[in-house]
Design a protein around this ligand. Structure first.
Ligand code: KIV
Length: 265
């Protein structure tokens, strides 16, 4: 998969598929199943590291996780999130850190949260040869400014800003934009607006009118049992399966039925 192919798929009306991945073993399974894009999201801060927010994860930690996913991906495009603090300080810093991510992790593209306020950095990063996926709507790195994880752009003023931001990102050359937790009608309008600039939209909690969909792998597999937002569909109950397997293992070790003769040398 390439960024060009992502755009071609969008233009032909074929829905794009993306899931997060943070390690080699799971990324290999997801890649083998035929996903278009693997996102090494900074949701790793929550899912992998157990933090409440995405903010603490560092660039070094994101590079470390992305390397494993890149080694696993034979087919999928690997997009790596640039963590909080790695692109907000200055344009120069943003370009330097983006190039570091590309060089040291081997990813195919990076993702940045924000619109007009980071546009100069976005332009410079793209000029340096790094493909960018934007991210608008609920942008978890700004949770302290947004005041929580609620639905975004319900009001006209915020919806208009989002439409404008999306157009600016698309004009600047972003090959795609994640739209997180916004009304479905607005996401459809954004999708129509950015398509002529060869920019796809990837929705999460943004309805069915986007060019594609993304979910956090651990959420859709049922590994994160406490998290049940309206937009999430559970496609498996792996959390239950893991707990049952661990209980069976504990019982087998406790009653000395494991290992048996055929499992011994
Ligand atoms: O970090 C992440 O997992 C994300 C997705 C929710 C789009 O940004």
């Amino acid at each position: 998969m390439t960024t060009t192919r992502v755009v071609e798929k969008m233009l032909s009306g074929e829905p794009l598929t993306m899931l997060t991945s943070y390690d080699y073993t799971l990324a290999r399974l997801v890649d083998e199943a035929g996903i278009d894009m693997l996102l090494v999201g900074d949701s790793a801060s929550n899912v992998v590291c157990g933090n409440t927010y995405t903010l603490p994860i560092t660039l070094d930690e994101m590079i470390f996780l992305t390397r494993g996913v890149v080694r696993a991906a034979e087919h999928a495009l690997v997009v790596a999130d640039m963590p909080f603090g790695s692109y907000q300080i200055s344009e120069e810093d943003a370009v330097r850190n983006s190039i570091r991510m590309m060089k040291e992790s081997g990813c195919d593209a990076i993702k940045l949260e924000g619109g007009e306020e980071i546009l100069p950095s976005i332009r410079h990063i793209i000029q340096s040869g790094v493909p960018i996926m934007g991210h608008l709507g609920l942008t978890p790195q700004s949770v302290n400014q947004l005041g929580g994880y609620g639905l975004r752009a319900k009001e006209e003023a915020e919806a208009n800003k989002l439409l404008r931001d999306a157009e600016l990102l698309a004009k600047a050359g972003c090959f795609s934009i994640v739209l997180e937790k916004i009304p479905a009608d607005l996401a459809r309008r954004v999708t129509e607006k950015v398509a002529p600039y060869h920019c796809a939209t990837i929705g999460i909690g943004a309805g069915n009118g986007t060019s594609g969909q993304v979910l956090v792998l651990h959420d859709m597999l049922g590994l994160n049992e406490g998290f049940k937002p309206k937009f999430l569909r559970r496609f498996a109950s792996i959390g239950e399966e893991i707990k049952n397997a661990v209980k069976e293992y504990t019982t087998a070790v406790s009653d000395r039925s494991f290992p048996n003769e055929s499992e011994s040398y």
